[in-house]
Design a protein around this ligand. Structure first.
Ligand code: ZN
Length: 106
C-alpha cells in the first residue's frame, strides 16, 4: 500500500498584536493586559466552541521575554545588567563611569 499524507496535529497560534503596537506599555500593566486578553479568548472558546466540538482542546501559553530599562521601559541593548548605554537620565546615573557607591543601580 503506498504511503499517504495525513495531518494529525493542529495548532491555532494567537499572537497578541498590541504587543507590537504598544511596545512601551509599562511593565506589569503590559503583562496584565496580555493575560487579560488571553483569558478572554480562552473563556470564549470554552463557552462557545468546546461544547459543540467533537475534539478536545489543550490550552498552552507561551511568552517571549525581553529586557527593558526599569526607568523608561526602552529595550535593553547592553550586556551590562545595570547600565543600558544611557537610554535615559536615570540610566545614565548608572553608567559605571559615573555611578557612586550609594547609587540605586545595583
Ligand atoms: Zn532608560
Amino acid at each position: 500500500m503506498p504511503r499517504k499524507h495525513l495531518d494529525t496535529s493542529f495548532n491555532l497560534i494567537l499572537e497578541l498584536e498590541h504587543v507590537r503596537r504598544y511596545p512601551l506599555l509599562q511593565g506589569e500593566a503590559h503583562e496584565k493586559a496580555n493575560r487579560t486578553a488571553l483569558d478572554a479568548v480562552e473563556a470564549l472558546i470554552k463557552q462557545h466552541v468546546i461544547p459543540h466540538s467533537p475534539v478536545n482542546f489543550a490550552f498552552r501559553r507561551e511568552a517571549t521575554r525581553d529586557y527593558r530599562c526599569e526607568f523608561c521601559n526602552m529595550p535593553w541593548t547592553e550586556k551590562s545588567e545595570v547600565y543600558n548605554g544611557g537610554c535615559c537620565a536615570r540610566d545614565e546615573e548608572c553608567n559605571p563611569e559615573n555611578a557612586t557607591s550609594d547609587s540605586a543601580c545595583v
